[in-house]
Design a binder for this molecule. Structure first.
Ligand SMILES: C[S@@+](CC[C@H](N)C(=O)[O-])C[C@H]1O[C@@H](n2cnc3c(N)ncnc32)[C@H](O)[C@@H]1O
Length: 255
């Protein structure tokens, strides 16, 4: 069903079809082939860059499914600007962050992942909207993550930013870093609203906002944040709904 000659695997072919500010064809292809054509097992396992990155993610430990790692791979390798920074909000043990950094290292790109987390567990959560509680994910093992980054020579592609997002993000943005991708995997309502509103004015043209959590049964607070900020405030239309909810910001312009 897929092949390396397909536009999905040709960075020069993007955007594939712009409609309502998003690349609807890219969202369809990634989503359908990951969900219905077993793209990870049939195609991506043949890709050395993907396999090295997934090995890094699994050995450090990630909560992301193979399908979600496959989707991140397709966006990073083919659909985003080659030098754009990634901001990850919610890194925990660092699995998805080392996955993305490993891709950039293998491809000899200059991109860097900024991994934002307390690395000491969740802050206070919304008692009504969120099922997660303060202190969940407290066993992140930041020392182990730093050792992993050093021993796998990922330091040129991965920066650890420790602290609550509202304490750390303003300094990174003031330093002039403009994200090309937001990978938001922090599960809870208020921080998701905060990072989208704060990052949006700084995002590069063609930016992707990739949300891990809103379609999970335990993360209605994350979906509330999406509906409130991305849908009602920013009037965005989703590019993809499986395995991630993906939006584009600034919205793409049709030629
Ligand atoms: C589901 S885990 C991330 C999983 C990770 N991406 C992986 O590859 O396994 C969610 C993380 O979000 C972090 N988090 C949630 N809200 C935060 C906030 N306001 N500031 C910093 N970290 C936060 C938690 O500490 C937790 O480690």
């Amino acid at each position: 069903m897929t092949g390396s000659s397909d536009p999905l695997f040709n960075p020069l072919a993007y955007p594939l079809h712009v409609s309502q500010g998003r690349d609807i064809r890219a969202g369809h292809l990634r989503g359908c082939w990951l969900e219905f054509a077993d793209l990870v097992q049939t195609t991506l396992t043949e890709d050395r860059v993907f396999m090295q990155a997934i090995e890094a993610a699994r050995s450090r430990g990630s909560l992301l499914s193979d399908q979600k790692l496959g989707n991140l791979f397709l966006v990073l390798r083919y659909a985003m600007a080659a030098d754009a920074p990634i901001f990850e909000f919610g890194s925990y043990r660092g699995g998805s962050a080392v996955f993305m950094a490993s891709i950039f290292k293998s491809l000899a790109r200059t991109s860097r992942v900024y991994a934002f987390d307390t690395f000491e567990g969740m802050p206070i959560t919304d008692a009504v909207r969120d099922l997660h509680s303060e202190g969940d994910f407290h066993d992140a093992d930041l020392g182990g993550l730093r050792e992993f980054i050093a021993s796998h020579d990922l330091g040129d592609h991965l920066s650890v930013i420790q602290g609550r997002f509202d304490e750390t993000l303003p300094d990174v943005l003031t330093g002039g870093v403009s994200p090309g991708v937001l990978h938001i995997d922090c599960d809870i309502y208020e921080p998701i609203k905060y990072v989208i509103r704060t990052c949006a004015p700084h995002m590069r043209d063609g930016g992707h906002i990739i949300l891990d959590d809103p379609l999970h049964g335990s993360c209605l607070g994350a979906f509330d944040a999406v509906q409130e900020v991305l849908v009602r405030e920013m009037a965005l239309t989703a590019e993809q709904a499986y395995p991630h909810l993906v939006y584009r910001y600034p919205p793409l312009r049709a030629d």
